[in-house]
Design a protein around this ligand. Structure first.
Ligand code: DX5
Ligand code: ZN
Length: 225
């Protein structure tokens, strides 16, 4: 049965001098989650924002804070991010030597645990942690910047992951991140995605709330080929 997608706007490409206004706009919108892209200039070639900013955002919103850590050694900072108000912490498999331990640590600290994979990483790599993670985030651009072009090879990866999760009877969320917008949301959801991270397509538009509403209405019957 199809259901309306989880929409997770990414503030990465928003105007940070108006961050409060952006959060209020998202509060008034149909957005389900707020996606927060933390970058350290080491795991990815860009530096964005971190714990103090998330702590302040938390004061302004009740929305689910979906924190995407694009950092090396995420274990060192889990507690601080969760104390700052993160509801989900997603770590990159490429940055974790002991992923099972990291996911358990996130759960122990009281948050949902997500695993992200880069475009070059096959989804099969998550096979033995299917039961542990709450969210599987498939990067559909190389992480580091907003406003990049969607990599279409992501679509078969979504299908493969969906099949793997269905075989395990898992309710984990498949989240797609990078280059998502009104032009490709339907095919991404049809392939089996549950959550869409959308940055530029929302924040570069003159009517961001309307874009969110349109994305929320896209509700195709998933095709699991
Ligand atoms: C990229 C980030 C994404 C990205 C989304 O490293 O993880 O969340 O900023 O923004 P758009 O939709 O502009 O690709
Ligand atoms: Zn992200």
């Amino acid at each position: 049965m199809s259901k309306s997608p989880i929409i997770a706007p990414s503030i990465l490409n928003s105007d940070f001098t108006k961050l409060g206004e952006s959060i209020i706009m998202l509060n008034e919108s149909k957005a389900d989650w707020i996606h927060l892209d933390v970058m350290d200039g080491s795991f990815v070639p860009n530096i964005s924002f971190g714990i103090p900013v998330i702590k302040d955002i938390r004061k302004y919103t009740e929305k689910h804070l979906d924190v995407h850590l694009m950092i090396v050694r995420p274990d060192d900072h889990l507690e601080a991010f969760i104390q700052a108000g993160a509801d989900t912490i997603t770590v990159h498999i490429e940055a974790c030597n002991h992923l099972h331990r990291t996911l358990e640590a996130i759960h122990k600290l009281g948050a949902k645990a997500g695993v992200a994979i880069n475009p070059h990483t096959p989804v099969e790599v998550v096979k033995d942690i299917l039961e542990i993670a709450d969210v599987f985030l498939i990067m559909s651009v190389n992480p580091g910047f907003g406003g990049q072009k969607f990599i279409y090879q992501t679509i078969p990866k979504i299908r493969r992951l969906k099949q793997m999760l269905m075989q395990e009877n898992s309710k984990a969320v498949i989240e797609i991140d990078g280059g998502v917008g009104l032009q490709n949301a339907e095919s991404i959801l049809q392939a089996g995605a549950d959550a869409l991270v959308v940055g530029n397509a929302i924040f570069a538009d003159a009517h961001p709330k309307a874009v969110i509403e349109k994305l929320k209405q896209i509700n195709p019957q998933p095709i699991f080929a």
